[in-house]
Design a protein around this ligand. Structure first.
Ligand code: CAO
Length: 419
């Protein structure tokens, strides 16, 4: 006898009481690993719950419109005899003949945790990975072989419409067919050449990796380099650190100086959308935080309304939340520009990847003492390497260079932030 498998709603993050919008399988249907079984949809996003092992559906325990949360029982399916999991060859006819399926659709009443065998399709949280979409839109996407995650929704709250699917297909066809956003690794047995150790990517890496690859491949990046004289800021910072209890690193000064520069050059505080440049009149600055699980980018909101001490306090609070894995979605949303600093680690210039839908990102290297020619002699100054990556569709090199020049002037004389 095969095992009865309970398919439960996996960990879906902060979402609860999410409606089932589509049941994509029928009783008696053969599921293979990763067959999408049901679609859940919050008011913000959708996700498909997949089967994990091969089997035949014996009971469907929810109906469209039911509200489910993590752990809710969706359906039961039976691992067929002779089927040994993911690697098994599936012979649907044979399996179907072996099964006498009790055709009974039962609404969920039981506590899924009391079932004998329960399978969590993903051990870690699954993400709601695209805007909401109704059953008709999903059907159309399936017919055309379109992955919903690749399409941006034009409806309210990013809801996907049929037109979005058709426009996506048209764009892909006009651009000469689907483009691979990410490089597909060749399968190589490295152990044939020497000892190896294998470790899984973290959840953050698995989510951010494809996004980074997509941004890097899709956005025409140019990186403009510069060097800022931060000698005076460093003296001012040391002075302030003796006067008040909140430790000021260079980063809060950079956040403030960047906000001032964005006010002067607003094209860098923008997003491209539908053939237009949307310039934002608010200044929400994200900063990259290195965490044990990977890179996260919390956002400090309304930097123009905050002073250095408050910004420094928020930087350390958000960095701590990030490292403890406690950042919420709202801490990472709405950014208008990002700063990535490797100054505490070392190195000079590096080329950061733009954090779409933003159009520019600033990377900071480690500052060092360098000789600067001051008319008649070289004098030692504290010099900070700056690298600004910018989207060539949104701005050009002149604007990017002006940004760096203005930023360097503010950093050389921080009194300019109040101008
Ligand atoms: N040059 C020289 N020293 C620098 C510096 C710079 N550009 N930036 C920071 N430092 C110094 C700080 O002043 C501090 O020294 P003191 O204790 O003597 O004052 C020390 O480095 C440690 O700083 P910090 O890391 O505690 O604080 P921070 O505000 O500079 O940075 C944060 C905070 C969260 C940005 C940082 O901890 C971090 O996670 N950085 C990594 C970001 C990252 O991974 N970027 C790469 C993205 S691409 O993969």
């Amino acid at each position: 006898m095969g095992n009865i498998i309970d398919l439960l709603v996996p960990d879906i993050g902060d979402f609860a009481e999410v409606p089932v919008v589509e049941i994509m399988v029928q009783l008696g249907e053969v599921l293979t690993p990763d067959t999408a079984v049901v679609t859940l949809e919050s008011d913000k996003a959708s996700m498909e719950v997949p089967a994990e092992v091969t089997g035949v559906v014996t009971e469907i325990l929810v109906a469209e419109g039911d509200l489910v949360s993590e752990g809710s029982l969706l359906l039961r399916y039976e691992k067929g005899e002779g089927l040994r999991g993911e690697d098994s060859v599936v012979e649907p006819d044979k399996i179907l003949k072996q099964k006498i399926v009790e055709v009974q659709v039962i609404k969920e009443q039981t506590n899924p945790l009391q079932q004998s065998v329960s399978v969590q399709p993903e051990k870690e949280k699954m993400s709601m990975n695209h805007g909401p979409a109704g059953p008709a839109v999903r059907r159309l996407a399936r017919e055309l072989g379109v992955k919903l995650a690749d399409v941006s929704g034009s409806g309210p709250k990013g809801r996907l419409q049929k037109e979005d699917i058709r426009a996506y297909v048209k764009r892909v066809m006009q651009s000469g067919g689907p483009q691979k956003a990410s490089y597909e690794e060749p399968i190589i047995d490295f152990s044939a050449f020497g000892p190896i150790e294998t470790s899984p990517l973290s959840r953050i890496q698995r989510i951010s990796g494809p996004q980074l690859a997509k941004n890097w491949a899709a956005i025409p990046h140019v990186t403009s380099f510069d060097e800022a004289d931060i000698t005076e800021i460093e003296a001012f910072r040391r002075e302030l650190n003796q006067e008040q209890p909140v430790k000021l690193t260079l980063l809060p000064f950079m956040i403030k100086a960047v906000q001032n520069t964005l006010q002067v050059l607003p094209q860098l505080n923008s997003s491209l959308q539908g053939g237009q440049l949307i310039i934002k009149k608010y200044y929400h600055i994200g900063f990259a935080v290195d965490t044990p699980g990977g890179l996260l980018v919390p956002v400090i909101r309304d930097v123009d309304k905050k002073g250095l001490v408050q910004i420094a306090t928020e930087v350390s609070e958000l960095a701590l939340l990030a490292r403890e894995g406690k950042l919420k979605a709202e801490h990472m949303q709405g950014g208008t520009f990002t700063i990535s600093s490797l100054g505490s680690v070392g190195g000079t210039h590096f080329t950061p990847i733009i954090n779409a839908p933003e159009v520019a990102i600033l990377a900071l290297g480690r500052s060092s003492i360098k000789p600067q020619w001051k008319g008649s002699e070289f004098i030692p100054r504290q010099i900070l390497p700056l690298s600004l990556s910018w989207d060539h569709r949104a701005l050009d090199g002149v604007t990017a260079s002006r940004f760096n020049v203005h930023l360097c002037r503010v950093l050389a004389d921080f009194r300019r932030v109040v101008l």
